[in-house]
Write a protein that binds this ligand. Structure first.
Ligand SMILES: Nc1ncnc2c1ncn2[C@@H]1O[C@H](COP(=O)(O)OP(=O)(O)OP(=O)(O)O)[C@@H](O)[C@H]1O
Ligand SMILES: [Mg+2]
Length: 373
């Protein structure tokens, strides 16, 4: 029956059902006919052997002669002859059932078993075939896969959020404790006499207040991301690149940055402030992860600006490739990172009708910022 299974692999369930039923019905009826003919021949033979003929009103009648037959044989003959008369009906019923059984084995058993036993850890072994049930299996599988990914995403976000809350309260506590201590010092010292201590303490208070302010700014910023407004203006690309270069210098790093920039100046229409911010987020990551070199390539093609930033570090981890653009996903939260850089950048790119693409090249990470002009 393997041939039938192969032949029907691309048929719909309805079509397969009709064809299976027809094949088995035809087989059954053909077999019934053959059996009937064989039994009929046998019947005639046995009539010749055991039956005595009689003629009534000129017509010939054959009456079975039972005197030579045992009870068992007689009974068997009756059954056989009854079967001969009903063979087509009996075969039609039995072969239809058989056909349905084979249809079930070929078309339904595997996918039904698959659906009944589907679990998160066996969602890859989808049965072969091309019918509605197999499509349903594939759909369920894809839904389960994306649910699993969503679940991991939510867990990661939840973890990262918890971590952020705890690290923020920890990081806020430190400067607050220092400020409190500084205020105590200011209360205790004789302000007229201890001028040096006074200015040092005030400097310390200022520094720590700035730290607190920075944290609060980031939280505020996060909230305002949802209402981010893009304000596009026309600027020369070379001027814009010059600003990026100056910003990169301010990041103060011993890594080498290699620039590939357009030869000709053109006008581009972007929200330079936000693009600079996104660029800085990506560059900061590259500076953190690069061994020693970063390659920045900026170009314009088909009304799109592409900024690609490549480093020679270890590249994105498998998990980071999937989740690094989500809010709060960070693999270095202990260094005070909030896991927002790439998320914010992606948001900015998308609001420009573009995209942020995260990948690895042969030797390190590659991030592409695509901006619709
Ligand atoms: N160039 C890179 N090479 C390898 N991994 C990277 C690179 N850039 C980002 N990642 C990974 O992606 C994660 C998310 O990056 P993202 O910039 O969003 O957050 P972060 O740098 O951890 O924190 P934040 O930018 O908010 O300070 C990082 O924690 C890091 O693990
Ligand atoms: Mg970052």
């Amino acid at each position: 029956m393997g041939w039938l299974k192969n032949l029907s692999s691309k048929w719909s369930l309805k079509k397969s059902f009709v064809i299976y039923l027809l094949i088995f019905l035809i087989l059954g009826i053909a077999l019934a006919k053959i059996n009937s003919i064989l039994i009929k021949n046998y019947e005639i033979k046995s009539i010749n052997e055991y039956i005595r003929s009689d003629i009534i009103d000129g017509r010939e009648y054959y009456i079975p002669s039972e005197q030579n037959l045992s009870i068992f044989k007689n009974y068997m003959y009756r059954v056989l002859f009854l079967y001969k008369d009903l063979a087509v009906v009996i075969h039609s019923i039995l072969f239809s059932l058989f056909g349905f059984y084979i249809y079930y084995i070929h078309k339904l058993r595997e996918p039904v078993d698959y659906i009944c036993n589907i679990r998160e850890d066996n969602i890859n072994d989808i049965p072969n075939g091309d019918n509605e049930l197999i499509f349903a299996c594939k759909k369920i599988t894809n839904e389960m896969k994306s649910l699993k990914e969503e679940k991991i995403k939510v867990w990661n976000q939840y973890d990262a959020f918890n971590h952020m809350v705890s690290s923020m309260s920890h990081d806020m506590k430190n400067p607050l404790t220092i400020v409190k201590g500084d205020v105590d010092i200011l209360e205790m010292i004789d302000i007229e006499d201890d001028n040096n201590i006074k200015s040092e303490t005030i400097q310390s208070i200022k520094k720590n207040l700035i730290r607190i302010e920075k944290y609060l700014d980031r939280v505020n910023y996060l909230q305002s991301m949802d209402q981010l407004r893009i304000n596009k203006k026309s600027i020369n690309i070379l001027d814009f690149i010059e600003t990026l270069k100056n910003n990169a210098k301010m990041l103060n790093s011993n890594k080498h940055i290699h620039w590939i920039i357009p030869k000709e100046d053109i006008i581009i229409n972007i929200d330079a402030y936000h693009i600079e911010e996104g660029f800085e987020n990506v560059l900061n990551n590259a500076l953190t992860h690069a061994n020693s070199n970063i390659y920045i390539d900026i170009g314009v093609k088909d009304k799109k600006m592409l900024i690609s930033i490549q480093d020679d570090g270890k590249g994105f981890s498998g998990e980071a490739l999937k989740y690094s653009t989500q809010k709060f996903y960070s693999e270095n939260p202990q260094s005070g990172n909030m896991g927002l850089g790439l998320n914010i950048t992606k948001h900015i790119m998308e609001r420009h009708g573009g995209n942020l693409i995260i990948k690895n090249h042969n030797n390190g990470a590659l991030v592409e910022m695509i901006i619709n002009l």
